[in-house]
Structures are given as C-alpha cells and as structure tokens.
Unconditional design. Structure first.
Length: 213
C-alpha cells in the first residue's frame, strides 16, 4: 500500500516522462514495444489530465482521474508485447501492479521489466510473482487490497467475472487484455473524482454570496 501511495502521488506528467524514458531505453532492442509505450505516455497526458466542468457562477468544478490502487494481472500466457503494454498502461495511470505469471513468462519479461525499473519506477510498484493462475491468481483476485483485475487471456475472463461477482464488498472492475492495451481505454484503470470549490467564498465576494449584482 505504501508503494501505491508514493506512485499515485507522482504527478501525471512525471509518470508519462518515466514511460518515455523507458521507451527510449528499449528502442534499440524492441522498437515496436517502445512505440507502444510512447503512444501510451502521450495519450495519458491528454486523456488522464484534469478537466474543467461547467458550473454556476461562483463555483468551479474539476474532474480528476487517479489510480484505483493495486491492479492484478491474472490468467494464461499472453503475447509479450500486449502484456508489457497493458502493464505500462496500469502503471502510467497511477496504479501499482501485481502480476502472476509462469516461470517462462517471467523470464521472457525480465529485460523490459528491468528497463521500467531503471527508468524510475519505485521499488515494489510492479511485483512479478511466479505461480499459477489457478492457485496464486485466484487467491490474489480475492485480496481486499486489489482494486482492479485484468485477465491476460480470454479463457480466464468468465471465471474471473464469476469470482469477482460472488465476492462481498466493493465492485472490482475486470478488464480484458485487449481493453487494457488500448490507449482509448486508459480511463478504465482510473477512479473519478470531482472537486468543487466555492470560488465566491474563497475570494471573499460578499455581494455575490448575498445574491447582489
């Protein structure tokens, strides 16, 4: 939880810069994945930025998007580029990530996992855990600290949906890997927050507060 607090509090511009640094470091060995990360960084700065909402005179309203918390990635073997894109999307949105993968998948991912960390990702913000989806993955999805789940293979979507629906407590969003890799779906990794400020009171405009014009 401490790792999430640190990473979530990191400004969006800094998280996007982190992903660009990682993309630059990866470009020589995997230009395709580097391009995906750069697209995510650019889209995050636009799609996840705070937006001013309409409101009455004397009041300001702003919509903010922030990471949900710990996002769990569970399922069967996924294409390496898609998995790396989805993990980066969850992270740039301000979440921390717990990923359950088999030994082969973890071994194949080490080069780009190291690049993400060397680019400035805090220790513990991305935990790659060796294990099976049947045992460790199922237990992880039931953890109270998990605020979202991504199924890394299509055959795991129905069973995860059933498990999450049967659990008590808050509704936990479930994403398919295809959704998680789309820059247009970045908001799915976020929770919404509306901030309303009484600017008349903040500015001491007594006439406006009294309804005078």
């Amino acid at each position: 939880m401490a790792q999430h607090a640190v990473w979530s509090a990191t400004p969006l511009a800094n998280r996007a810069s982190w992903l660009r640094r990682a993309a630059d470091a990866l470009a020589a060995s995997d230009a395709g994945l580097a391009a995906r990360w750069r697209t995510l960084a650019a889209q995050a700065e636009t799609r996840l930025a705070a937006h001013t909402l309409p409101g009455p005179t004397g009041e300001s309203n702003e919509l903010r998007l922030h990471g949900r918390g710990v996002f769990a990635f569970i399922g069967g073997t996924a294409p390496a580029a898609e998995l790396a894109t989805a993990l980066a999307a969850a992270l740039v949105a301000g979440n921390t990530v717990a990923w359950v993968g088999d030994e082969a998948a973890l071994a194949a991912s080490r080069p780009w996992l190291q690049i993400l960390q060397q680019a400035g990702l805090p220790a513990g913000a991305l935990q790659a855990m060796p294990g099976s989806a049947e045992t460790l993955g199922t237990a992880l999805a039931a953890e109270r600290r998990v605020a979202g789940v991504c199924a890394t293979s299509a055959d795991w979507l129905p069973r995860l949906a059933r498990q999450l629906a049967a659990q008590d407590g808050a509704i936990v969003p479930l994403l398919a890997l295809q959704e998680a890799t789309s820059a247009r779906q970045l908001y799915r990794f976020c929770a919404e927050q509306t901030v309303t400020i009484n600017t008349a009171a903040a500015g001491g405009n007594a006439a406006l507060l009294a309804g005078l014009h």
